[in-house]
Design a protein around this ligand. Sequence first.
Ligand code: SF4
Length: 371
Amino acid sequence: MTHPFPRHLYVHVPFCARRCSYCDFSIAVRRDVPVREYVEALTTELDLRFPGSPTDQRTLDTLYLGGGTPSRLGAGGIASLMEALRARLGIASDAEITIEANPDDVSVGAARAWRDAGVNRLSLGAQSFDPRALAWMHRTHTDDQIADAVDAVRAAGIENVSIDLIFSLPAALERDWAHDLRRAVSLAPSHVSLYGLTVHERTPLGRWRDRGDVTEAPDETYATEFLLAHEVLTAAGFDHYEVSSYARPGARSRHNASYWSGVPWVGLGPAAHEFDGARRRWNVAPYARWTQLLRVGKDPIEGEEVLSSENRAAERVYLGLRTSSGLKLTPAEQSAARRWAEAGWASLEGDVVRLTAEGWLRLDALAADLT
Ligand code: SF4
């Protein structure tokens, strides 16, 4: 029996021009991106794991090209990737198709080609507008290139632009977070995603820290900057609809919402994760290993786990609390939620609890409170 193909597809594109100082993703640093090899391996994975065709009623509502840096595939690379996917999958006429891009990969010509291939949403890895912070992060773009990229994307006819920013940088960088937020708002994005800097082992940043060259920002900086972002962005008309995500009306990420609502999605590419409604699986991460397995016709799976009932219960709480839709409480959970509301961490409406920004600062602890 064949299972229906999920309506959400994540495609991992691992290529990057260089490694950012904080990044612990499994990436493939390439000056020349092996577009043809990658697209062939990706379609082999799709054909191997999901034999069939669009006539099998496989239609996507969302497609997310993430990475790594998908924009490194260039104009032609995205076109050939999309062509290969369309030969195997239906894509709904109103599907959300997102590409993650670094500012220095964006030109009007490239963005037009992406739009012509069907892309209608672009997530721009800006991270900061501070030249010193950008250099420290080993980003390959300048602050001016961020604005240029947004202009180019709009000129190409893609209106739905999301901007990623990183906060809670070390104090020694003297990064002005309020200034960065204002610069982001001035570009009128439809969506903003924020990430607190995390220091991972085996990254340049981890080594700097271990040598004593870098001191991480204290928890208070994280809290202050998280709350400042909430204040600035909501005042500018953004809806803080998920712990890390802000959207203009109608511009919430439909793809990410599928992760938070617990529906199945497919993940293709090295290190891609997938959820079929009951089971998670993830692929081998190194690009060379992923292509090697596919070349000999093997599923590039690295691991899988079937969610236990405890996992599912914890997931229900965590996913419910992380979005502004909130969590429908069981009677046993209601007294804890009342305490949160008294502390200003949540609001209660009937049996639904929604965390405030102060509550989201404590998301892990509050979720643990219920589980
Ligand atoms: S561009 Fe993104 S994926 Fe690539 S190294 Fe930098 S943070 Fe990591």
